[in-house]
Write a protein that binds this ligand. Structure first.
Ligand code: GTP
Length: 211
């Protein structure tokens, strides 16, 4: 796909170690399951241009390490993120119980307006499920999060998760709730939008205007 886009959004992928964050990102970008995924050291990066409601949006995605020993490094990447995927593993209650801490970090260190999608990963392991869909969706509702269950293994809902987050940010931009020009919004205009804005500015000038 062409690198011309209307917007660029900075995204974070956060959550406890082993929940499948790197596999989700890999599935989204490469359309395949990442076999032999190792613990992330610090932070990894990926990007992809997607189409959201007729607009092309470049997602700049930072996949953070879930292990506690990298927390000080990963925290430094939170600033100015427009969206986050907060991932837990549906077969591990421990990763679900840790969500409140991750949420506090995201809301205090990133932008208070950050759009967060709660992601219950490993949906393919239904037999080993420890967290029900219903309780997680209640948690999401109480904490104003979007919510989806995914499988990085089969690819189910992986792309939808990123699109859902991007769609929500775009809606907030269009309604004026989010201002892309505010410092630290995690949003930038891409070439396509800038060209349109320039055209609009030029066409609104009076013919005799010297500016
Ligand atoms: N069955 C199944 N296994 C998965 C899925 N996603 C990830 N895994 C497995 O879960 C383990 C951890 O996946 P990673 O993507 O490395 O986890 P992570 O959250 O990035 O871990 P950290 O980098 O340590 O924070 C790996 O063994 C993956 O193969 C999934 O959707 N289904």
């Amino acid at each position: 796909m062409s690198e011309t886009y209307n917007f660029l959004f900075k995204f974070l992928v956060i959550g406890s170690a082993g929940t499948g964050k790197s596999c989700i990102l890999h599935q989204f970008i490469e359309n395949k399951f990442k076999e032999d995924s190792n613990h992330t050291i610090g932070v990894e990066f990926g990007s992809k241009v997607v189409n959201v409601g007729g607009k092309s949006v470049k997602l700049q995605i930072w996949d953070t390490a879930g292990q506690e020993r990298f927390r000080s490094v990963t925290r430094s990447y939170y600033r100015g993120a427009a969206g986050a995927l907060l991932v837990y593993d549906i077969t591990s209650r421990e990763t679900y119980n840790a969500l409140t801490n991750w949420l506090t970090d995201a809301r205090t260190l990133a932008s208070p307006n950050i759009v967060i999608v709660l992601v219950g990963n490993k949906k393919d392991l239904e037999q080993e499920r420890e967290v029900t869909f219903l309780e997680a969706s209640r948690f999401a509702q109480e904490n104003e999060l979007l919510f989806l269950e995914t499988s990085a293994l089969t690819g189910e809902n992986v792309e939808e998760t990123f699109l859902k987050c991007a769609r929500s940010i775009l809606t907030k931009i269009e309604s004026g709730e989010l201002d892309p020009e505010r410092m630290g919004s995690g949003i930038q205009y891409g070439d396509a939008s800038l060209r349109r804005l320039n055209r609009q500015n030029t066409s609104t000038k009076r013919p005799d205007c010297q500016c």
